[in-house]
Design a binder for this molecule. Structure first.
Ligand SMILES: Nc1ncnc2c1ncn2[C@@H]1O[C@@H]2COP(=O)(O)O[C@H]2[C@H]1O
Length: 319
């Protein structure tokens, strides 16, 4: 259900291709490799709108594994929505109509009347009901005036869900081999595959920076990542250079500490040579990896011991 949400449909409010009904979309089998003949949804946009849309979608993990043609079909199909304070974009228990990408605004995530988190001017939501044909798992309420981009259920299923079937085939074996995820059920591991994105880095590129706010964590698919840290106690010294504290290779994860402790990044990470990473965002992390948090917390003691050995202090890693 949506209250007072305004559809801003670009220069001419013409839908070039006819929108297909959700009933049609359900007939789609994501494993079906046949050429799709469904009519395309296109919401025309001005150049300025398209630029804003592209910027909003830049870091959306679900789009990261689409090819260029699929991504451009997604952008064509998206439509702009303006929301006002207290608008409910999604109500828990409803059927899923659209997937949403945030352009601006702060949105509460409410499960059974309890606020369990917030989206702050970035991110996306509403994928679960569309992926798994389940009722909406949370209410999403605007805390201020904001702007969103919606993607209809039919297009989401035709492009994203179809792509997920491919992702499952690609990453199933790898994800099963990641020690951290071993304790999860197969269906839970597959849900992680569904929401993960893939990012590539070249030699010496910085992946995360010490002190930054954390929004995701990473699993190394290939290549080597160097974890480097500057001493906090020597903050003002000229000799406070970055020191290598760890290396991660295939199957290892990093970037989880800040998500477990709700603190800024405790270290920076750099690619050594070409690196391919799987990326899981903070909301999916909370939802899907809650049960792994205890395993991850065990690492803190190990990290602290390492830091005492390197810098003579553990740098206050805990919350
Ligand atoms: N902790 C959470 N539990 C359930 N849904 C969440 C949570 N955090 C974020 N969400 C998002 O809220 C959305 C509500 O609609 P969906 O169930 O389609 O998809 C859900 C997720 O995208």
């Amino acid at each position: 259900m949506m209250n007072n949400i305004h559809l801003n449909d670009g220069p001419q409010s013409v839908c070039v291709c006819v929108c297909v009904s959700p009933v049609c979309a359900e007939a789609f089998n994501p494993d079906d490799e046949e050429e799709d003949t469904e009519p395309r949804v296109v919401h025309p946009k001005t150049d300025v709108q398209r630029c804003r849309l592209q910027e909003a979608c830049r870091d959306i993990l679900l789009f990261k594994t689409l090819d260029q043609e699929q991504f451009s079909q997604v952008l064509d199909a998206m439509f702009e929505l303006v929301v006002q304070t207290n608008d409910h974009v999604i109500d828990q228990g409803d059927d899923g109509d659209n997937f949403y990408v945030i352009e601006r605004g702060v949105f509460d995530i409410i499960v059974k009347d309890v606020c369990v988190g917030q989206y702050n001017n970035k991110g996306s939501f509403g994928e679960l009901a569309l992926m798994y044909n389940t009722p909406r798992a949370a209410t999403i309420a605007a805390t201020e005036e904001g702007a969103l981009w919606g993607l209809d259920r039919a297009t989401f299923r035709r492009l994203i869900v179809k792509n997920n079937a491919k992702k499952r085939r690609m990453y199933e074996a790898f994800i099963e081999s990641v020690p951290l995820l071993k304790s999860l059920e197969l269906s839970e591991r597959m849900k992680i595959v569904d929401v993960l994105g893939m990012k590539q880095f070249t030699d010496s590129e910085r992946i995360i920076m010490q002190g930054d706010k954390a929004e995701c964590f990473y699993i190394v698919e290939s290549g080597v990542v160097k974890i480097m840290m500057k001493s906090k106690t020597k903050k003002d010294h000229a000799d406070n250079v970055e020191v290598e504290i760890a290396r991660c290779s295939r199957g290892h994860y990093f970037g989880e500490l800040a998500l477990v402790t709700n603190k800024p990044r405790a270290a920076s990470a750099y690619a050594e040579g070409d690196v391919k990473l799987l990326v899981i965002d903070v909301q999916a992390f909370e939802r899907l990896l809650g049960s792994c948090k205890e395993i991850m917390k065990r690492n803190i003691t190990h990290y602290e011991e390492q830091l005492v050995a390197l810098f003579g202090s553990s740098m206050d890693l805990r919350d």
